[in-house]
Structure formats: structure tokens, C-alpha cells
Design a protein around this ligand. Sequence first.
Ligand code: WT7
Length: 567
Amino acid sequence: MKVDDAPHNLEAYDTFYRTFQWKSAQKELDWFDGKLNAAYNAVDRHAHTWRKNKIALYWEDETGNEKKYTFEELSFASNKIGNILKDFGVARGDRVFLFLPRIPELFFSFLGILKIGAIAGTLFSAFQEQALLDRLGNSEAAVVMTTKELKPRIDKIRKKLPALKHIIVVDAESFITSFAHAPEELHISHMDPDDYAFMLYTSGTTGKPKGVVHSHRAILQQHMTARWVLDLKDDDTYWCTADPGWVTGIAYEILGNWSLGITSLVYAGRFDPAKWYELLAKYRVTVWYTAPTAIRMLMAADTELVKKYDLSALRHMCSVGEPLNPEAIRWAIKTFDKPFHDTWWQTETGAICIANYPSMNIKIGSMGKPIPGVTAAIVDDSGTELGPNQEGNIALSPGWPSMMHTIWKRPHKYKSYFTRHWYISGDRGMQDKDGYFWFIGRADDVIKTSGERVGPFEVESALVSHPWVIEAGVIGKPDPMRGEIIKAFVVLKNEQRKSITDKKSEEALKDELSLYVKKHLAGHAYPREVEFIDKLPKTRSGKIMRRILKAKEMGLPVGDTSTLEEY
Ligand code: WT7
């Protein structure tokens, strides 16, 4: 059986799952004597085939600017960036971070960095100085590429970044000129499959964000899953709504989709139901990869709205990032005559690992089954496999191609993901007797708000840096639209506490704290709700017990409090 047939024939797919070896898929990529380059595979190899003049990227922004680039143009543009970076002295292994909105230069630059063997890092454009400092500081980035508008946020922290040699402003005259003159030809570095290609900071329960490092080899799984799960084919027009500041935007808006030579749409604007439907119709999008919060927001929009657009081109839809509610799937069947296919993976897994692939009978509410080449299980805390319908940790057998290689400068953190012979994801779930996986929740305090991962510690630290605050405990509060919202419990200094005389003065204090986090940490990671309390529940060793804050918030029993200081 051929790899391409598998996703469309359930029985064949199950057999294929059992016999598939990653080795056999390696020939799907172009190699240079056992070496490869993910960016070459994403773009350049197509520029040497009939796809040379095929559109790789349709781009549009909120003000109606439109651009399009063929695979050859994408190849040249990224070569130019590679050459410019070399002129700046960027060498293999150097970290080059992209603090850019979703403009074409972000895509050229990401590819250009990989082509010269440097390591690309992406930074969500909502990040403010604290989030930027944590990431650029830990990674010791040598170069940041940004825009005139975003640069001041880097300037503010530059003194604290001794490793940062250059800030390249891609919309500055000088850059535009050097881009115009840079050579279109570039020697592409032949990388060992395990050489680092890109890194992304992501949050856990404790400590600062962790630098999850991925190698060039990751493209193998991104490529295969873009085919098996997203079902991308040569005549598709594909739209992934993610931002490359997060892993989905890297794996399925740059690497996996383009390595298949797929025409892809990027919309550099905010969410807006009418605009989204308009884009689906205008570009005749056939495959759409989006997230539950966006789907719920579309559901909440006027039901007449969708009827105004011709969405008949749509043939396959997938979702990722947070639990996809059954109502959302039912709504999609009613509205688009097809369901969303849920997919599960993480920044650390580098590519889709569990999914509802096209031929599967979707069990509404389930995330599907592991993809070929991935072994998943539910295990207890000691790494022992559990039977069907038992709740435990969602775990994977290490060694899938896109598995993270390390946590930057924190080898112990990396090791802490593994128990016996399992990678422990941090998610709780169960597997039914048919092998389908069901998501239950996070095992830790990580917050998922609008599909974005936020560490409570980062938000707590930001709050505590405000002069009015003694301490803060932060949780994800369930929210029908955003999955969770960030809620902060704050202990105020006496003086401020006394200044609260009525509802109005209390609200003003809350607003100030929310805004402070928004301005200093990140535009998306601020508490939408603040509550003032006298004391935080803590363990005897002084750790904030967020579990108790959450239980209280939800009116649930607080559970085992034997380690509590006093409450
Ligand atoms: C966490 C990973 C990898 C793409 C973007 C997220 C949650 C992810 C699902 C799903 C329920 C999901 C998990 C996971 N998550 N997919 N289909 N159903 N939850 O990457 O930011 O690293 O977040 O997102 O909790 O651990 P990420």
C-alpha cells in the first residue's frame, strides 16, 4: 500500500499503522548524503520542479494589502535573508529571534535562518519587555529581527542582553535596500538531522518559560502528518490560522505544508468572523486548520453571516490547541456539512501525534488515535500502562522524529519529562477500548487561554513586580468562549487595601493591575479577572496551592489540604 492511500481507507490505515517505520518515510525528503536542511525541503526543492511558479504564499493584511509569492520567489527571498545574516556575522548555531508580526518577512527570515544553519526563535508580537527579556536572555540571541513599531520594546531591555549584537529592522530603509541588493543565490548548509533548527519558549507550572529546541529532522513528521492528517494535496489551498510565534505556525504554516508544495494563505489580521468567511470564500480555501476558541467565536456570530459566503471549496477541517467541544463539531457539520477533525500535540512534540485522520469515524469529543510511527498510552505516575477507560497521564514512547531535543540550558528540566520509558505530556486523559484517546485536562497548573499556553508563575511574577502587590496566585478559570481565562488572586499591601472604599475604587485597582501585566508581560497573558484576598493558600514549604484557589473559584471541594500551612 502507498503512503498516500492510507488516510482514506480505514482498514488499510490500521494495517499501515502497525507496519510503518519512519526509516521508510525518509525518502519523502531530499537529503544530501545523510544530511538535510528543513528549509531547503520546505521551499527550495520545489523551486527546482514544476512547482517553481506555483503560488506558495498568498498574503493579506487587515488594511487590504495583498501579496503573493511563488516557491521560486520564496526561495530567493529566503536566500537573500540568509546572505544578509551572514554579512552580519551570523554563524551556525547562533540564535536569531524573530519579533515580527505575520508579515512576509517573517516567513522569508525563518527559512533564511535555517538555511545558514542558525537557530530560529519566534516571539509572539504581543510580548512585552518581561516576556522578551526572559526569552532573549535565556537563549542568548545574537540577533533580533523586528519592525520599527515593535523595536522600542527591545530597546527597553537591550542593556540587559549582553549577547545581543544586532537588531535588524525589516521595514527600515537600510534593510529594504540591502534586501534589494542581496544575492539570490545562497549555499544552503547541509545539516545533521539532529542539528538544532528552531526553538520556542513555552510555559510550565513553575519557573520561567522553557526553550524547547527542535532539530531539522522534525520536518519529517511535520511533512508526513501534513499529508496524513491535514490531508494536503497539490491542488489544495490551505489556511492555517496560527501565528508562527507558536509551534503550530512553524510546523504547519511553514514547514509541513510547504514541504508538500502546498499553496498556503496567511492572514495578518485579527479574528473577525466576516473577514474569516470572506477569506475562506475568496481564496477558495480547501483545507483549514484552526483552533477551538476561534470556532466557538464563529459559532457565537450571527448564524445568517456564514450563509452569505460560498464556502463550497472547503473539503477538510482540523483543529488544535485545546479541547474541541462536541457542540463545535455538531455546529460544523450543520454549517459546513463536515466536521472539524481534532488533533493533539504540543510544542514539545513538534508535530501532530494523535489525531482524527480523514478516514476515521470521528467519535465526537475524542482526539482520535496516534499517527503511524507514534506509540501513545495512558500511564500512571510511575510510568505503568493503564487499561481502557482508566484516567492517567497521556504518554508517548520517545523517539518520534519531531520530539524536542532539549530544553535550552536546562537539561534537568528536559529529563523531568521522562518516566521510565515514557515521555509524560502533562495532560490527563484516557483511552477507550477502540484505542481512541480522550482529553481530560492538564495534570499541572498550565493555563490555556484562547488556545495559548500561559504559565501562572509568569503572570504571578509580573503582578508581584507591581508596587501595590505583596503576592499573587494565578489560575485558569473555565470560560465558555476562551476555554479558560486568567484569574489572579492578589494580596495587596495595606495602604492599597485601605484605599478601597467602594466598588469603584476596587475596580480601578483591578484594572490597573490587569493593564500592568498586559503592558509589561504580554498583551494576551493578562488577568481578565482579579480578586483581592487576605492570604494565599500555601504549602508548609511556602508554595502557592493554585489547586485550592481553583477549587474555591469553581465551588468544588478543596481536596487534600494536609500539606497546607493553615487555611
Ligand atoms: C497543550 C499544548 C501543538 C499545538 C498548539 C498547542 C493542549 C493541544 C489539544 C487537543 C485538548 C489540547 C494540551 C497540550 N492541547 N491540543 N486536541 N485537545 N487539549 O501547543 O501551546 O504547546 O500546548 O495544549 O493541554 O498539552 P502548546
